[in-house]
Design a protein around this ligand. Structure first.
Ligand SMILES: C[S@@+](CC[C@H](N)C(=O)[O-])C[C@H]1O[C@@H](n2cnc3c(N)ncnc32)[C@H](O)[C@@H]1O
Length: 486
């Protein structure tokens, strides 16, 4: 961060705008939303500024002199280049922050793109690198933030002292009150325009006494998705933001953990290969102890917690301890990696079932009933299967899956280090070895039906080729399609 974002109080302050045209008027329009006294300096004023000067909403001086900046809090220069340079010089001499329109080199502060739901204000800055991007982000936030968020925040401000007085002794109850205030009925009423109703609801929320009761802990078993935070669900995001304690796996992306409250405690129970790790029983104990201490606990797992996430053991332990929990599903790595590698997991004519298998089963992969599993028309999505790949390959070949069946390996999917390698079933082991594939990786084996409608197969091949070219991916899904026709 080369520039430091702050919100500057302008009560009782004077702000000077040098310039009298449209650009000066833009700055004045924004400043009029603040309590600052505004002085505009220019020989002439555009109609809008002239009107404002006439009705006394801004002051007007015709001639700029360095001394006119004395005692002011901020300066904007929106005049000709020579005047702007003089204004910047005078402001710098007096250590007054200055913004010069269209001249970043002369600026000591930049104007962010602003989303205004005062008193909620969002300021977006790109340190002058990408103003268009800042505007796009603003447009996105404008559509996302309800128009009446401001009055809701204002009501919170009006009630804050009262709430703090009532719930002074219990910080957790205060937080719970505000979480309910901003997510429950009060919010709904205010956003619907019913200000009186919202105020009454907030009062009854406060007086029902719930916040003085001892806190009850709870556990959420949450799927973080397979990579960066944008693959997480909105519910997972909300749970993360509410959590007091986050018990997480090693592979959770830092961008996901960044979504948690800053004061939330994080417990890394991840299994680093070759190092001492916390056993499952130890993780269960942590969840129970933290919940019994009254905390909101999030057990954060990669992908979907229901898939190869040992969630069943955690549910059983929580049930036995009488701790309530909920489960927030996530995007599993199989679907995410398939999407990344342009692999359709099903196809109306060719693939009718998807089998999720782990290469890390307690009995070993050779114990699977491969004859029953390996039916034409099946895609295998193989988790934790890198080291078991030679045995999986031998098992599938042994039950008659053709040697040229297409295989794809997605390593570190959904991350900047992601790569996809294509091979055939016969070449799987060699491909993993030659490409030095490491964990986490997802293996796909596409055992398509043969003799199905050749026309639709050909169509899917052609559309796959088109997609490959369009997506500019080096490793698009062509081998799958080529294999399908073999
Ligand atoms: C213990 S399992 C957990 C699976 C997780 N619950 C899910 O739904 O994705 C871990 C395995 O998931 C797969 N995996 C998880 N994240 C992955 C990623 N980003 N890219 C490729 N494979 C991944 C790998 O096979 C890894 O060994």
């Amino acid at each position: 961060m080369r520039t430091f974002p702050i919100f500057l109080g302008l009560d009782g302050s004077r702000v000077v705008v040098v310039g009298g045209g449209e650009q000066a008027a833009q700055k004045v329009r924004l400043l009029l939303k603040t309590p600052a006294r505004i002085d505009v300096i220019n020989e002439t004023l555009c109609d809008e500024l002239s009107e404002l000067a006439k009705c006394g909403r801004i002051g007007w001086r015709r001639v700029f002199a360095p001394g006119t900046l004395d005692g002011c809090r901020l300066v904007y220069a929106a005049a000709d280049a020579e005047t702007n340079a003089r204004v910047a010089h005078a402001a710098n001499e007096r250590n007054i922050p200055i913004n010069v329109v269209d001249d970043p080199a002369l600026c000591t502060f930049q104007m962010p793109a602003i989303v205004d739901r005062a008193p909620v204000v969002v300021a977006i800055g790109t340190e002058g690198t990408a103003p268009v991007l800042a505007r796009q982000i603003r447009a996105h936030l404008e559509s996302w933030l309800p128009p009446r968020l401001g009055p809701l925040a204002a009501l919170a401000g009006a009630l804050r002292k009262h709430v703090n007085g009532r719930l002074r002794a219990d910080a957790r109850s205060r937080r719970r009150f505000w979480e309910l205030f901003f997510s429950g009925k009060t919010r709904a009423l205010m956003l619907d325009g019913n200000e009186a109703g919202a105020r009454a609801e907030a009062e009854s929320l406060l007086s029902d006494g719930e916040f003085n009761a001892p806190s009850r802990g709870r556990v959420s078993l949450v799927g973080a998705g397979p990579g960066t935070a944008d693959l997480m669900t909105l519910r997972a995001l909300r749970r993360l933001q509410e959590a007091d304690v986050i018990v997480h796996d090693r592979l959770i992306d830092p961008s996901v953990l960044d979504c948690a409250r800053r004061d939330a405690r994080r417990i890394d129970v991840g299994k680093t290969p070759g190092q001492v790790c916390i056993a499952q029983a130890g993780i269960n104990e942590i969840l129970i102890a933290e919940a019994k201490a009254g905390n909101d606990v999030v057990r954060l797992k990669g992908g979907d917690p229901m898939i190869f996430g040992r969630i069943g053991e955690e549910m059983a332990a929580l049930d036995a301890a009488g701790i309530s929990y909920d489960i927030v599903p996530g995007v599993t790595s199989a679907t995410a990696c398939a999407a990344e590698a342009n692999i359709a997991l099903t196809h109306r004519d060719e693939v009718r079932s998807v089998v999720f298998l782990t290469g890390h089963s307690t009995a070993g992969v050779t114990a699977y009933d491969w004859t029953a599993l390996a039916r034409p028309g099946t895609v295998f999505a193989l988790y934790m299967a890198v080291s078991a790949a030679p045995r999986i390959q031998a098992s599938l070949l042994a039950v008659g899956v053709p040697a040229d069946t297409p295989v794809a390996i997605v390593e570190k999917g959904c991350s900047s280090a992601s790569r996809t390698v294509h091979a055939t079933l016969a070449g799987l082991e060699r491909s993993i070895h030659d490409n030095k594939i490491s964990n986490p990786a997802l293996l796909f084996v596409r055992y398509a039906m043969k003799g199905a409608d050749q026309v639709s197969s050909r169509e899917s091949f052609e559309s796959s080729v088109r997609r490959s070219i369009e997506s500019e991916r080096k490793n698009a899904a062509m081998p799958f399609s080529a294999g399908m026709l073999a």
